[in-house]
Design a protein around this ligand. Structure first.
Ligand code: NAP
Length: 296
């Protein structure tokens, strides 16, 4: 039997802690998250809607900052600078990837690390490598939170992360390999140049898939009994679905059913936990700035 690793109870537990953290500081400024995104239809827009509704339900102020479809790099730079300078904004999230000539990494790295709430700027990634992070990407925290909630073996055992982007797979691999109780995993990092994926996955007790290719992981490569945390999120056409498309993960759920030991569903797995982790990090960002005198 393949156990379904539902994200909902994990997200609810994170939200409870976030509410407590807000309640514990009644006189503190309202935690405020600014989400910067292009004013075009993109998968990120769906994520922004989820951010807004999560923020509103938790008492976090949410500001959308739109970039025009033809905004030049200087306009992005100015927006990031003004959010960085604004003491009422505690957390800044920037859509990625951004099209050329906009430089996502340069833009997010221009924000102070306490406000880079998704931990993807140069300072926070460097701190993650040095194991002194300010913020860790919400998606990496979410994948780890699910593994911990369902008590999947991590400590000392072989796990494989598939996908090595600087915003998802690589930080997740660093988290899993960190010298920290509950982590200390023996991590294999696979990617598009991996010559034998089945071999990279063989022996893994847990597989974290961060690729973005629908149905890519099936029983031809996943070892029997392994747990699969499906971080991948793609949209596929489906005339029967509202809006004509539906969200799918990297895992071929039909092939893995009865084969994998456990699997996160898509939707309803890593996605809701990522949003909950982002909200939690926003409150932490406010508290960090209050502690360093950088908040209003
Ligand atoms: P990305 O930048 O496109 O990176 C994809 C990674 O997959 C790359 O490292 C790539 O390898 C690797 N890859 C591509 N084809 C492969 C193959 N055939 N075999 C092995 N590895 C392969 O994407 P991303 O931004 O990291 O996002 C990854 C997925 O996570 C996407 O589906 C995204 O939507 C999803 N995501 C989900 C959440 C959530 O909350 N659930 C949050 C963020 C992202 P190379 O490095 O060699 O190119």
């Amino acid at each position: 039997m393949t156990v379904r690793l539902d994200g909902k109870p994990v997200a609810e537990a994170t939200d409870r802690r976030t509410r407590d953290a807000i309640r514990d500081r009644p006189g503190a400024p309202t935690p405020t998250l600014a989400s910067v995104h292009r004013d075009v239809d993109s998968p990120f827009r769906f994520y922004v809607r989820r951010q807004r509704s999560a923020a509103e339900s938790l008492g976090i102020a949410f500001r959308e900052v739109s970039l025009g479809p033809d905004d030049p790099p200087a306009a992005l730079r100015d927006r990031m600078r003004s959010l960085d300078d604004d003491p009422s904004v505690h957390a800044v999230l920037l859509e990625h990837p951004l099209p050329d000539p906009l430089d996502f990494f340069a833009a997010i790295s221009s924000v102070r690390p306490e406000k880079d709430v998704d931990g993807v700027g140069a300072a926070n990634l460097g701190r993650l490598v040095a194991q002194r992070p300010t913020h860790i990407p919400a998606v990496a925290r979410a994948a780890v939170a699910i593994a911990q909630h369902y008590r999947l073996p991590i400590e000392g055992v072989p796990v494989t992360v598939v996908g090595r982007s600087e915003t998802v797979g690589l930080p997740l691999a660093l988290c899993l390999a960190a010298r920290r109780t509950g982590m200390n995993a023996t991590v294999t990092l696979a990617h598009s140049r991996t010559t034998d994926l089945a071999r990279a996955l063989a022996g893994a007790t847990t597989i974290f898939s961060c690729v973005g290719r629908p149905g890519f992981l099936d029983r031809s490569v996943v070892p029997e009994g392994a747990a699969v945390i499906d971080v991948g999120l793609s949209s596929v056409p489906d005339p029967a679905a509202r809006g004509g498309s539906r969200a799918v993960g990297d895992a071929d759920a039909v092939s893995l059913d009865g084969w994998a030991g456990a699997l996160t569903p898509v939707p309803g797995g890593v996605g809701p936990v990522t949003v909950a982790e982002l909200m939690s990090a926003t409150v932490r960002a406010r508290d960090l700035q209050a502690a360093t005198g950088g908040s209003s």
